[in-house]
Design a protein around this ligand. Structure first.
Ligand code: CTP
Length: 419
């Protein structure tokens, strides 16, 4: 995937800069041509000599020196991808504001290729509202953000903000290159976002299936067994997928909510059995399936044809039978290239149960939300998730609005789809 590809690597001032040495090595080994731009601050963390030796090209750093001027426009046009890793808080803020006081920033503003950033910072900086706002701004420019990890940080503390490992960055960038070459889900240069990859259309030409909301299992013509799912998370996912260019089948249980988003076809269903049927039909054509519905696990063996009247007895016994597990059924017929995502809402032993569901249902990703978290789960506008991948990967996110959670989930799906 990298053979003959031109990667422009921006290195900024962060302890994580040492990892750029390994990244350059991996890129060269994969057959890429690598040119490195360092910000002045990054030279305190990693030397130009090491980077130039490994990249086999002189390292660029200054906008001008004596009588020469570094042509940032040429650099911005040369690259197939501009990858800024690590991305420090300082460079992030300057990018968000359009500042241009070094060669890397000038090149960023001139780039006509996809721009990918790998943030690296301590947890408190990562959580600061200015960092959140700056990242959102980059995202709105169409820049692609490699999620940070959770782990030991330079401060010695543990938490979010750890830069993705070199292999993960390689995978991410490989996925974008593949996308550029294939059915072109990553576009460049639309409208006012001159020259920047628009991550918002990275699912053009793809089909997605999303389930959302509760299911109602009829006891008699006026009563049912249901749950408190509002459908908000699933609708946010459907809208995120459609917003990024996918054609979406939304299989929606009896939720009070709906969506008018173009690109979404809503299939209203009531029961788990109806949801199962709609999903089996749509899945065959789907590249992506995200099962976020809270499907009833049991349904009355028989719904009474007439309203059940009180009898003389103080108790009433309903006989229930298991519903079909839709996610598991799709996992059983999943073909290569289809990405299947399930949810797990747990109240205890969250991790173990989520990992168990990943395996038994043959999903590619499981999104865990704990019912113990106040800002997560049914009815609320926010969610707090951890995503588990098949190869043991784990991504934890802070609590955020469901629209942004949907973006995080779809970002992980895109990585699987194109790698
Ligand atoms: N799911 C499904 N069909 C069912 C039950 C669940 O497709 N009949 C899906 C949900 O949409 C979700 C995942 O399976 O993506 C996990 O659902 P959850 O209710 O957390 O787990 P269950 O598999 O039902 O197991 P349990 O209730 O025992 O935790």
């Amino acid at each position: 995937m990298f053979q003959g590809k031109k990667i422009l690597l921006g290195v900024t001032g962060s302890i994580a800069a040492y990892k750029s040495l390994l990244l350059v090595r991996l890129l060269i080994r994969e057959g890429a041509t690598v040119r490195v731009i360092q910000t002045p601050a990054s030279r305190d963390f990693v030397t130009p000599l090491s980077l130039s030796t490994l990249s086999r090209n002189p390292v660029l750093s200054d906008l001008s020196s004596a009588d020469t001027w570094a042509n940032h426009v040429e650099l911005g046009r040369w690259a197939d991808i501009l990858l800024i890793a690590p991305l420090s808080c300082n460079t992030l803020a300057k990018m968000a504001q359009g500042l241009c006081d070094n060669l890397l920033l000038a090149t960023y503003l001139s780039a006509v290729c996809p721009v990918v950033v790998a943030p690296a910072m301590d947890e408190d900086m990562w959580r600061h509202p200015s960092t959140r706002a700056n990242l959102e701004r980059l995202r709105s420019f169409g820049n692609l953000i490699i999620p940070v990890g959770n782990g030991e940080l330079a401060s010695g503390l543990y938490g979010d903000g750890r830069m993705a490992e070199p292999e993960e960055k390689l995978d991410f960038v490989g996925g974008i290159l593949k996308a550029k070459e294939g059915s072109v889900p990553v576009k460049t240069g639309t409208g006012g976002e001159k020259g920047h990859a628009t991550s918002d259309r990275d699912l053009s030409g793809k089909r997605a299936l999303v389930t959302a909301g509760p299911t109602y299992e009829a006891i008699d013509p006026v009563r049912f067994i249901g749950n408190h799912s509002s459908g908000k998370m699933g609708i946010a996912l459907a809208e995120e997928l459609a917003g990024r260019g996918a054609q979406v089948d939304l299989v929606l249980g009896p939720s009070a909510l709906s969506t008018e988003h173009e690109g979404i076809t809503t299939h209203r269903v009531i029961s788990a059995a109806e949801m199962y049927k709609a999903c089996m039909e749509s899945f065959k054509q789907s590249d992506i399936a995200i099962m976020s519905a809270a499907v009833a696990d049991y349904t009355p063996v028989e719904a009474a044809p007439e309203k059940i009247k009180k009898s003389g007895s103080d108790s009433l016994v309903l006989e229930l039978t298991r519903t079909k597990d839709i996610l598991k059924a799709l996992g059983g017929i999943k073909k290569k290239g289809q990405v299947l995502v399930g949810f797990a809402l747990e109240t205890r032993d969250e991790r173990a149960y989520a990992l168990g569901k990943l395996q038994t249902k043959n999903a590619d990703l499981i999104v865990l939300n704990s019912a113990k978290d106040k800002g997560a789960g049914f009815g609320v506008d926010t969610n707090k998730i951890t995503i588990f991948g098949k190869d043991g990967q784990e991504w934890s996110y802070e609590q955020k609005p469901k629209q942004q959670v949907a973006k995080d989930i779809v970002d992980q799906v895109v990585k699987l789809l194109y790698v």
